[in-house]
Ligand binder design. Structure first.
Ligand code: KG4
Ligand code: ZN
Length: 352
């Protein structure tokens, strides 16, 4: 695909159908990670730099948007310089500059997107704006030879979707959550049982030493491929209250915490795996991928990789490409033609 250099209007071939090697530099700043990466031909990571803000937001138990945006301002030039240093490349070697347009926190997105546009303008290269959710899916192309069609389960802090990926650029959402996203449910349940932010990974760790059969929690009965996790969250809240009354104080025992984590994790992973399998069978797909921050979860990965026993091909990005990073954004700029190339594109907070 031909794209225009921002300053001179010169045409450059960018994307999987070009016959020159592509080195795309991408920036991701939609939430609490400031990231910059350079990826060769959509699959080979040349540099991957992530500055996490977890330490800052830990104190507040969640991401404070205004503080996050300021931290992006402090980190953005550093991650760009580090990506160039790690790769040994110079701006002249970059084919195009990409940045996340949305969905995400508007103040945060503005920092990364403006940096990407500025780099493209100053170095006279094309600019490519990318959708964050599409980018999560593209993490599956990194270091693999996976090609569509396949079924995808996208599970992050803000989204839970089963997506029919027909081609690099054509995707249909078959179902999604009608209330909380999986990552959100993990973080809320973690907070209920007293785990510090970010709760998801900590809950996952404790679940591995708990008993998944200890407590019976409800599996949502939403129609089709949609999900609901708010009932499960309320059930955990009731259980925590009951256990605290039984304990005669305001605390849970270590064993109770581990068992709640394991029971919750089992319930969530069973629900996700069941609906995903159904979607694959209905479409006749033999290939499936998972993506998004929650795809780093040990039990969800395990349950979905069990599909391999039935002859399905399963892929999940390695952990560092599941959670927010810029390599997935560069890969998306290369493979997905539905991008936001207009330099005047505005950031957006929710899927339109
Ligand atoms: O994709 P991501 O990095 O950011 C969004 O785009 O939302 O996902 C972040 C979410 C958080 O809710 C975090 O708690 C969750 O992913 N997460 C996990 C694990 N690692 C990250 N949830 C469960 N188990 C994990 N191991
Ligand atoms: Zn994300």
């Amino acid at each position: 695909m031909e794209r225009e250099c921002l300053f001179s209007g010169k045409k450059v071939q960018v994307g999987f159908d070009s016959d020159i090697d592509n080195y795309i530099m991408a920036i991701e700043s939609s939430c609490d990670e400031t990231a910059c990466a350079i990826v060769k031909n959509g699959r080979e990571v040349i540099a991957n730099i992530v500055a996490s803000q977890i330490k800052t937001h830990e104190k507040f138990g969640g991401v404070i948007p205004e503080i996050a945006a300021r931290e992006h301002m402090d980190a953005i030039n550093i991650v760009i310089e580090e990506a160039f240093a790690q790769s040994g490349l110079k701006p002249k070697d970059i084919t195009a500059f990409a940045g996340t347009v949305g969905p995400g926190l508007v103040g945060c997105l503005l920092v990364g997107l403006n940096a990407a546009k500025t780099l493209a303008l100053v170095h006279d290269k094309p600019f490519i704006g990318v959708n964050h959710l599409n980018a999560h899916l593209c993490a599956n192309y990194i270091d693999t030879d996976i090609k569509p069609p396949f079924m995808a389960l996208l599970i992050s802090g803000g989204h839970t979707q089963i997506i029919d990926v027909e081609s690099y650029s054509k995707q249909t959402i078959l179902g999604e959550t009608i209330d909380d996203a999986v990552g959100e449910a993990y973080d809320k349940v973690a907070r209920l049982i007293g785990l510090p932010y970010p709760g998801g990974p900590k809950l996952d760790k404790l679940a591995q030493i708990g008993n998944p059969e200890a407590y019976e929690l409800p599996i949502s009965k939403v129609e089709g491929y949609n999900f609901s996790f708010s009932g499960l969250k309320t059930a955990v809240l009731r259980l925590v209250k009951k256990l605290k009354i039984e304990n005669g104080n305001d605390n849970l025992t270590e064993k109770q915490i581990n068992d709640i984590c394991a029971s919750f994790q089992q319930c969530v992973s069973k629900t996700l795996a069941k609906k995903l399998k159904k979607a694959m069978q209905e479409k006749g797909y033999k290939q499936v991928v998972i993506a998004g921050g929650v795809a780093a979860n040990s039990e969800i990965r395990k349950k979905i990789f069990e599909f391999e026993k039935e002859g399905y091909k399963v892929n999940a990005p390695v952990m560092k490409y599941c959670t927010d990073n810029a390599s997935m954004v560069a890969s998306c700029a290369y493979f997905n033609k539905n991008t936001y190339d207009d330099v005047d594109v505005e950031v957006f907070s929710r899927v339109k």
